[in-house]
Write a protein that binds this ligand. Sequence first.
Ligand SMILES: [Zn+2]
Length: 313
Amino acid sequence: MTDAVSSQAFRRWKDNRSHSVGFGGGHKTGQSRKSERRPDFRGTPQEACFEPSFRVEPSTGPLFQGPWHAGPAKFQMRVNGPLKIARIHEMKFSFPVTCACGETFLVQVTGTKFPKSAQCLRCNTAIWLVEPLGNVVGMAILGRAASEMKSGDWTLAIVLAAMAVECDLVFLFMKWNRIDLMLVRNPTHADDEGWEKQWRDSVRTIGDRFEKVSGLLTGQPFDSFLSQNAELLKNMYLRYPASKSAASLKYFFVKEFFYKRNRIVHFGKIDYQHPDAEMCFTLGSTLWQILAAMDAHRRRALEAKHSIGTQGP
Ligand SMILES: [Zn+2]
């Protein structure tokens, strides 16, 4: 494998990724976008597009007429002025931005349109925003979990935090399988399906998924990687000292976080309280950072192997 080939593969993955992680779909039908300016908004009109999520309008397409055969019955149907959805649903989420003055506030995002700047709510400083690279959907779900923490929906915060981690696990599994294959050839739709089937059928439990991703990205078991990267666990150890004495951190995450998620999703338990949600959100954020560290570990290994000077997350 030459350096040039692996470098190309990495770049190709980055290019493809920018298309594949998109959500919402934008304005494929070319209809004009209806903007509604929020009263408190001081940015450009384009950034102010938060509502509505869709509208319907009469189709200008052809009318359909003719006999349809359904078994022995024969009937006619004329479709007059069918409605079509003119605007595609877009994901809405927010992410926290911290200003130099110490103020942290949430910036709203709709679809894939990241605002270029944000204004500090305390000191009014304009802050330039760099569009995040990585698992944008997972970030959106984690951001929504943070919003639910603020609004006091403890049960939903737990479900969303768990979903964000699961989303990141499969994102990294797909990402690195694709990059590895790109060193040889371009992945096909069948490759994607094969990996998805493997994830669905062979790596079913959350504990197995931690191991699968840790093995793929670091070549080590999950707990071994953590024992060598203890700085990732500082905040969790501080807030939940029981985690420090856990024999297996993997099992600690599964038991204290994912079992709670399962009790909600499988058994309808919906009366979790603030301390439960706070612990789950802390564990979810810690796992998010662990996965980011594993991703960085894998990238450094790729760079070292092929001496690629890549930059990025
Ligand atoms: Zn500020």
